[in-house]
Design a protein around this ligand. Sequence first.
Ligand SMILES: O=C(O)c1ccc[n+]([C@@H]2O[C@H](COP(=O)([O-])O)[C@@H](O)[C@H]2O)c1
Ligand SMILES: Cc1cc2nc[nH]c2cc1C
Length: 478
Amino acid sequence: MKSIETTINNIKQVTDIRNTSTGKPLAANWCKGTGLGGLTDIFFNYVSITGQSKPLPLKKAAIIACGDHGVCAMNVSAYPQKTTIDMTRNYLVSKGAVANAMTNFSATDMLVVDMGIAADMSSLPGLINKKIAFGTENFVYGPAMTRDAAVKAIETGIDLADKLAAKGYNCFLLGEMGIANTTSSAAIAAAICGLTAEQATGRGTNISDSRLKIKIDVVKKALAVNKPNPADGIDVLSKIGGFEFGCLAGVILGAAAHDCLIILDGFNTSAAALIAQALCPLSAKHMMPSHLAGEPAHQAALQKLGLSPYIDLRLQLSETAGSSVIARFIDLAVQIYDMLRTDTFPDADILPDPPATTQYSLDKDIMSTCQERIDNLTKPIKCLGKFEDIAIFLAGVLKKVQPVMDDVTANKALLLPYILATSRCLKIPVTNAYAAEKVGLILIDGALHMLNDMKTFAEAAVSVANDGPGAGRQKSTY
Ligand SMILES: O=C(O)c1ccc[n+]([C@@H]2O[C@H](COP(=O)([O-])O)[C@@H](O)[C@H]2O)c1
Ligand SMILES: Cc1cc2nc[nH]c2cc1C
């Protein structure tokens, strides 16, 4: 197993390939296209990080690190701690979680790692057992883990990345599962970005106002009791972190040392990234952001990392939902690049701003049945924002609770204005009509993967919410 220090020593600076002699032909080919908006940055960040002179499609691995948190005892989540076990089973047995749907959507191989679930998981087939302890200590009273355990968690992630890079993976998507871990990530962001507990703490799994008050107080106490040193990533991780965050920080360092791309996801993956950056500032240059999550400190965390999100889908999760979208956009950008290089990119209109809209006739009953199903899929309620809106809209237009991509293709002429409008989730919109249609269809494909690949709480035997808007709405019998 490689040490943190050896790994860090192998991480190189990333330079924008457009400023190098290898990159000039790439830039010249790409410039033949017009109206490619945010795809331009996505494409050049990918090739710059991976140092490719002939851009290739991605070979993607998702690492879902799972761990429990002693701080769960403070009543800071909308779900019982057992949900960490339930969801880990769901990834591997029922295969009905967001991470299953999204890795299907982005053709990503998924690995699930037990870094510290508070139960014996040894009988679960497919689970990579790297358990460090049965959950962290409650960091309100003292450090979450020892310094040695923090180092071990990071080195576990480095080792996973080393092995995957040796198999040819060049892109890493990060995911995590751990009830109460947004209390940890809020504390990490507060410590490293210099935020108050109030600024850093959000609703996580969508907790009520009363739990949010408790959670803010818990973060305040954790910072006062532990006094993490923001300049020392291991100190921060050991005092207020989680085993899964250590693993993901290690994956980032290991992947960066192999010139691989790391695509961040929600707030929790940014907390892991802040730890990696504290250990090795250069590692942040190997990361690409995806979406802006609902947690209030996500913006500050991304800013500290020097990143600006490409999309806003109102997602509140780190289960590869945002990173899968960016992975699909990279694959699209590589296809477009190939067409530009070979002069086969179709002539396309430049769209007006804003694009044309259409009034659709919507079946409200079908939409509310679809909404109920989505609320009962194994995820915190309302955490998939725009994906949920897209699926419900399509159900209403196509008059089918669970439409599929073939239904969209069969009704493409009708749906085209909606498809083009959907493409506008990119912060720098694509105005080329050909590319905008592809971008819109990718988002629709993601939404329909969520709707059709995910299982309900009852089907996957996952615990439902006991607080916030999910309580009562999510049913263990649905
Ligand atoms: O990463 C995010 O942006 C994010 C935001 C809200 C919730 N989560 C997920 O919800 C769980 C933690 O939420 P909580 O309320 O239990 O702290 C954990 O399993 C995360 O994967 C993740
Ligand atoms: C509560 C909950 C938290 C999660 N975190 C990641 N996936 C999740 C799914 C559920 C259901």
